[in-house]
Design a protein around this ligand. Structure first.
Ligand code: FAD
Length: 430
């Protein structure tokens, strides 16, 4: 509990996931008096286990690489795609582009990973309050869009206000500020849902591929399975597909999962030797973006700003990266005494450009993009594809992929239109 006198901070971060813990650690490292609030107490479950290699640079700046290297998290060197007909692409090894240790990453147990980041924020000097929920943000009486603090409820201590020069919303999909100011915009192409669970003893590849993420398309490309090997011989297995397809009139989560497993022989074969060790989890409508990334006295980071889709495991990477960008812009705001949205959100254009590059590849996937076929047709583009899969999104050279990628997307759309026309024709004659 912060003392009465400490109920004011320079920076108040709401939410202790990867985005909030990163922002808080780096703000404290930048010499700012920082409070981090997390509504849960101690380690808590979270989905989002597969990291992208370019998380390396933020994790290095946070000073947690040695802890991760010594941890029990599974090492990940590659990602592999399996088509709806069961054809497996070659694994995309991240070190093909850069044989540096940054080309390997981890499949993490999120409760442990997130706790490590919160403890790290405290080590850097942030005051961490756990079991402390932000109920609402406090706005300026003469400017309802200017944020000056938050109303908090902490278990055992009741309600109190914390005032701050900058409030960072890192509340994940709760998106406290984005919802309050009505900024959330859903991605109409990505109205997806997911059902997932965990198996022990399910099959794993050998050697370098043991920790690979597998993305396995469902028959007729109605959706896809992720297959993520974790510590203790556990595998995270989940299906993602359009909400209407996956959730409407389908029964309970277990029924949906089992039915979809039947439509994905590659995933079924792999889970068969294992034992399911948890129940089923579901979520939906997770892809959206806020129409504004910062305002007077506030900044949004991680999922509180937006989330693309889980297909390339970009969520934690974007959470860490936005936390890093935001912490630097907050330091600059204190240096200039300017806490306007323009100053606090100065990193927005660069960040959004990177996110848009990833979004293009996400949309391509849902249009039926075939990684193997693309690389066979454009072998010189493989390095750009790997750059995107690594998370090396913030450089202009990756844009060389746009033209061939868009051309292939157009081919797939044309093919799909023909298939639909054929099906409609057949339906008429039946
Ligand atoms: C089905 C699915 C699969 C995914 N798979 C992957 C993957 O493989 N790899 C990957 O990188 N990403 C994945 N993601 C995305 C990933 O889960 C998120 O992008 C990531 O967790 C975002 O981090 P964050 O810190 O922004 O938010 P979160 O991790 O959600 O953290 C937000 C924190 O804020 C706290 N909080 C919320 N409200 C309040 C409040 N009012 N007051 C105080 N605290 C509050 C919460 O308890 C939580 O700890 C997946 C997402 C989905 C939906």
């Amino acid at each position: 509990m912060v003392s009465q006198a400490a109920r004011r901070a320079q920076v108040l971060v709401l939410g202790g996931g990867p985005a909030g813990a990163t922002t808080a650690a780096l703000c404290a490292q930048n010499g700012l008096d920082t409070i981090l609030l997390e509504r849960e107490k101690g380690p808590r479950f979270h989905i989002g286990e597969s990291l992208m290699p370019d998380t390396y640079w933020t994790l290095k700046r946070l000073g947690v690489l040695d802890q991760l290297k010594a941890s029990r998290h599974t090492v990940k060197y590659s990602v592999q795609f399996v088509t709806d007909t069961g054809k497996e692409s070659q694994p995309f090894y991240f070190f093909e582009n850069n044989p540096h240790e940054c080309a390997q990453t981890w499949q993490v147990v999120r409760s442990e990973f997130d706790s490590m980041l919160v403890e790290n924020a405290a080590k850097h000097g942030a005051t961490v309050l756990q079991g402390a929920r932000a109920l609402d943000v406090i706005t300026c009486p003469d400017n309802p869009r200017k944020v000056t603090g938050a109303r908090v409820h902490q278990q055992g201590f009741g309600e109190f206000d914390i005032h701050a020069d900058v409030v960072v919303d890192a509340t994940g999909q709760s998106s406290l500020i984005s919802n309050k100011f009505n900024l959330k915009v859903a991605d109409p192409m990505l109205r997806n849902a997911s059902v997932w669970t965990y198996y022990k003893g399910a099959s794993r590849e050998g050697g370098l591929d043991e920790g690979a993420t597998l993305v396995l398309a469902l028959q007729k490309k109605k959706g896809w399975f992720w297959y993520i090997p974790l510590a203790d011989d556990i595998v995270s297995v989940g299906v993602v597909g359009p909400i209407d397809y996956l959730m409407k009139g389908r029964g309970d989560a277990e029924t949906i999962f089992q039915e979809e497993l039947e439509r994905c022989p590659g995933a079924k074969r792999r889970v068969m030797p294992g034992q399911r060790v948890t129940g089923f989890y579901t979520t939906k409508d997770f892809s959206y973006k806020s129409s504004q990334l910062a305002g007077d006295g506030w900044v949004l980071v991680g999922d509180a700003f937006g989330f693309l889709d889980p297909v390339y495991s970009s969520g934690v990477f974007l959470a860490l990266k936005s936390g890093e960008f935001a912490a630097d812009s907050i330091r600059a705001a204190f240096d200039s005494g300017d806490f306007s949205g323009q100053r606090l959100g100065s990193w927005g254009p660069q960040f959004l450009q990177g996110m848009d590059r990833m979004k293009r590849l996400v949309h391509a996937f849902y249009e039926g993009f075939n990684f193997g076929a693309f690389v066979r047709k454009h072998p010189e583009m493989k390095r750009h594809l790997i750059d995107l899969l690594i998370g090396d999104l913030f450089k202009d050279s990756v844009d060389e992929i746009i033209e061939p990628l868009d051309a292939m997307r157009a081919e797939y759309r044309a093919m799909q239109a023909m298939e639909m026309a054929k099906e409609a024709e057949m339906a008429k004659t039946m």
